[in-house]
Design a protein around this ligand. Structure first.
Ligand code: UGA
Length: 451
């Protein structure tokens, strides 16, 4: 099929490249000519494992090109997939990029005779596609929905695994306005053999996406809430508690007597909170939408509140041990919201750095690839420096807080901490270190959900 993809962020570009690799003819559209040039020169504007290799292949094969010219792209394709950003701002989701994309497509449809399907892939609150997008398209094209197709096809791509998740989806959700829209969208995914296709209405597709992200975020906050209770009771370790819970066969079944360890249970772990470009924004947007509809969603709200408080709890525990944090040299191990990415959006590291600075500590932020991005949020100053060299950073430090479980950091041995630091205090924000072996080597250990 001939497909336009509007917006070349990580969702749009991954979608375009992966669909092109399945043999579709894809045109990626972006307003920024530098991004368009990069793509046409076979360079990925974002880092995502496997993406640039696949991009090279599909461009060389002639299956993908990028342009700033939305009109010619829409004119010459059968489907437009909208994958522009939907940030959270001013207390609710910002749909302005969706609005302008719909407007521009509608203007083209006004002149286009052939049937065209508009598919929203961006994460949007329920009713966006069948009210806002549909109305804009109808007003600008002078046509009625049905004359053009309308679909909502959410993405379930994890950063760092986006290509793999796209190529091997566990389900494909297609919300459709009518049967013709659905049949057209089905052809887009006809070569994704094993994945079940779920055919629902437009607003259900939108709701599935939010519910999925809010559930995973809630598992994390639930684990963190349990960790606080465990900290209040001495000699109860949240890690053991959650392990005891998730060995239930309903969470973790055995096949041929082997535990299958479903990915979902890795969200049932206590730590310093969730971050990234999706969970915080989506959970906030769902909560704001629900309130707008007249229902205050207390559990979703609690998920956010627990997550906001969690980084500060670590700082408070460190504060109570040291008495004061003023002028104490503290190393924050890891800045990105998870390993294998330089994305620091809503990363717990930002709250931790700010919290430490508010207590007048001397902070060193350490990360292999996320320092430049972090500096844009919190610039270096007299009390804050950054380093890629964790060994150098740890020299003479009073405490280290593990935020991002990068392999290099979780493999720092007790002896290394002991040799490098003054009187080492290790705050384990991810519960990856073994308390007893670190304590045996003379490292004071503070773990989430354990006293
Ligand atoms: C998340 C979802 O996992 C994707 O399914 C969804 O498509 C995507 O948002 C999106 O809406 O676009 P992503 O933000 O890349 O993907 O990150 P995750 O790997 O899920 O991590 C989110 C948070 O969960 C992080 O703070 C991370 O530390 C935490 N996490 C991640 C866990 O607690 N356990 C894990 O096993 C993985």
């Amino acid at each position: 099929m001939k497909i336009s993809v509007i917006g070349t962020g990580y969702v749009g570009l991954v979608t375009g490249v992966c669909l092109a690799s399945k043999g579709h003819q894809v045109i990626c559209i972006d307003k920024q000519s530098e991004i368009v040039n990069k793509i046409n020169n076979k360079m990925s504007p974002i880092y995502e494992p496997g993406l640039e290799d696949l991009l090279c292949k599909v461009i060389e094969k002639g299956n993908l090109a990028a342009t700033t010219d939305l009109k010619s792209a829409v004119m010459n394709t059968d489907i437009s997939i909208i994958s522009v950003g939907t940030p959270f701002g001013d207390g609710k989701i910002d749909l302005s990029y969706i609005e302008s994309a719909a407007q521009e497509i509608g203007n083209v449809l006004n002149e286009k005779k052939a049937y065209h399907v508009i598919c929203v892939k961006s994460t949007v609150i329920p009713t966006t596609t069948d009210s806002l997008v549909k109305t804009i398209l109808e007003n600008t094209s002078g046509k009625k929905a049905g004359d053009f197709g309308l679909a909502m096809n959410p993405e379930f791509l994890r950063e760092g695994k986006a290509v793999e998740d796209f190529m091997f989806p566990d389900r494909i959700v297609i919300g459709s306005y009518d049967q013709e829209s659905f049949e057209t969208m089905k052809k887009v995914y006809q070569d994704f053999f094993d994945a079940p296709i779920i055919n629902v209405n437009l607003r259900t597709a939108e709701m599935i996406k939010y519910t999925a992200n809010a559930l995973l975020a809630t598992l994390i906050s639930y684990s963190n809430e349990v960790s606080v209770i465990c900290e209040k009771v001495s000699c109860v370790d949240v890690k053991e508690v959650l392990e005891g819970v998730t060995l239930d066969k309903r969470f973790n079944p055995r096949v041929n007597n082997q535990l299958i360890n479903p990915g979902m249970i890795s969200y049932l772990r206590a730590g310093c909170g969730f971050g990234g470009s999706c969970f915080p924004k989506d959970v906030q947007a769902l909560s704001a939408f629900s309130k707008e509809m007249g229902y205050s969603p207390s559990m979703i709200q609690a998920t956010l509140e627990i997550n906001e408080a969690q980084p500060y709890r670590l700082i408070e525990r460190l504060h109570s041990i040291l008495g004061t944090l003023e002028n104490k040299k503290i190393v924050v191990l890891g800045l990105s919201f998870k390993p294998e990415t330089d994305d620091i959006r809503e990363s717990p590291s930002l709250a931790i750095i700010k919290g430490l600075l508010a207590k007048r500590a001397k902070v060193i932020g350490v990360d292999p690839i996320a320092i430049d991005n972090t500096k844009k949020h919190i610039p270096q100053n007299d009390s804050l420096t950054y380093s890629v060299d964790y060994k150098n950073a740890l020299k003479d430090a009073e405490a280290a807080i593990l935020v991002t479980p990068w392999p290099d950091y979780i493999n720092i041995s007790p002896q290394e901490f002991k040799e490098l630091m003054k009187e080492p205090i290790l705050v384990d924000g991810r519960r990856v270190f073994d308390k007893s072996s670190y304590e045996a080597a003379g490292v004071q250990y503070i773990g989430v959900g354990l006293t």
